[in-house]
Structures are given as C-alpha cells and as structure tokens.
Design a protein around this ligand. Structure first.
Ligand code: CDP
Length: 210
C-alpha cells in the first residue's frame, strides 16, 4: 500500500522542513502545496492584476506547472501574504485539488505539506501530523530564514504577518486551517529541528505499525 504523509500547520511552523526531511527519510517525493498558492498569487502580481480577480486567479491556478517554479521568488515574505488572499477563494482551491491528489496518488506514496492536506486533499493519508508552535517562535524562525537568504528582517512586521495569516487561514470558510480529527498534533515551540524530526518519525512509525 502506498504511504502518504500529510503535514499541516500554520505559517512558519516548521512543517516544510519537517516534510522535506520525512520525504528524504522514507525516500518519497515531496510537494510543498503552499508554493501552488504562492505561484497563483505571483502570476496575478506579474500581470498587474488585483489579487481578488477571481477569474484571473482561477486561470492562473489551472495553468500552473510545478517545473516552472522560481522558489526563491515565491518564498519572499510578501508572496506568503498574497498567497493567503488567493487561497481563501474556493474556486482557486478547487482548481488545485486534482494536481495535489495526483501527486499523492503516486504508487510509492508521497509527503505533502500545507493547510488542508489531512482534512481535504488526502483524508485517507497513512500519517497526519499537525505542526504548531507559538506565533513568537514562528516569527523568530521566519526571521532567521529570511536573514539567511539575505532578505531584510523586521521582526515586528514578521510577527504581525504571522498573526494576520493565522487569522485569515483559520477564519476562511473554504478549507480553513485546522487539525484533522485523526491528526497527531506536534508542538515544536520547545524543540529544535532534530528533536522535531525524531518526534515526527515516531508518529509516522506508530501510524505505520497500527
Ligand atoms: O511557509 P508558510 O507556512 O509561511 O506558507 P505556505 O505554506 O507557503 O502557504 C502560503 C499561504 O498559502 C498560506 O498562508 C495559506 O493561506 C495558503 N495555503 C493554503 O491555503 N493551503 C495549503 N495547502 C497551502 C497553503
């Protein structure tokens, strides 16, 4: 049977790093689904269109190709904020479902991370982990990440971003950010990367042997 790991959680919770390491550990392909929403927003901004142009957003989402992603650009701070605006539109989410499910249906399995993987995209995933950390910890981590890429760092603005995105992602009606009923919550506030990874592997192994 294929092994699908669903990792969800709020902005900068460390789910991306965790998902990448789990994928490497289990030899599975990894899809960071946040990039799909970031790329959709980016396409609108590039064309000078407003983020609430529903028709253009759906067209952009339908036209995405994973291989064309300029990750460095998509991971910029403003793009996360813009992504959460287009991600609140049900039609944009609907346009991205098939691509995500096709990725998850690979015979060997896959690791996907996002906001709604365990609840909407892969409700039957073998393992579901909901990664959290306090907003302050997450803002600190995001600041370090941006600094390591040479981007300007304004901690107060980043913390504000994190909180704004939490509110938008949790409050929207389409696939709001929440843990699936059968997800295991992993709070990484007090854990370093290695400890978080070890805890995630323990959760995955337990689910696998159940
Ligand atoms: O890395 P970070 O957690 O900051 O952001 P991301 O995972 O790249 O997601 C950017 C935005 O896309 C989020 O704030 C969500 O609004 C949206 N998103 C979503 O709605 N559903 C997903 N499966 C993934 C991302």
């Amino acid at each position: 049977m294929s092994f699908v790991i669903a990792i969800d959680g709020p902005a900068a919770s460390g789910k991306g790093t965790l998902a990448r390491k789990l994928a490497e550990h289990y030899g599975l392909p990894h899809l960071d689904t946040g990039l799909l929403y970031r790329a959709t927003a980016c396409a609108l901004l590039d064309e000078g269109l407003p983020l609430d142009d529903l028709h253009a957003a759906v067209e952009a989402a339908r036209g995405l190709s994973l291989v064309d992603f300029d990750e460095a650009r998509l991971r910029a701070r403003e793009m996360g904020e813009a992504a959460s605006v287009v991600a609140a539109m049900p039609a944009v989410r609907a346009a991205l479902i098939d691509m995500q499910r096709a990725f998850a249906a690979r015979p060997e399995g896959a690791v996907l991370d996002g906001r709604d993987i365990g609840t909407v995209i892969c409700p039957d995933a073998s393992v579901k982990i909901f990664v959290t950390a306090t907003p302050e910890t997450r803002a600190q981590r995001r600041a370090l990440e941006l600094a390591s890429r040479g981007e300007p760092v304004d901690y107060a603005a980043i913390l504000d971003d994190v909180k704004k995105r939490d509110a938008r992602d949790s409050g929207r009606s389409a696939a709001p950010l929440k843990a699936a009923d059968d997800a295991v919550t992993l709070d990484t506030s007090e854990l370093d990367r290695d400890e978080a990874f070890a805890a995630a592997v323990a959760i995955a192994e337990k689910a696998r042997s159940a």
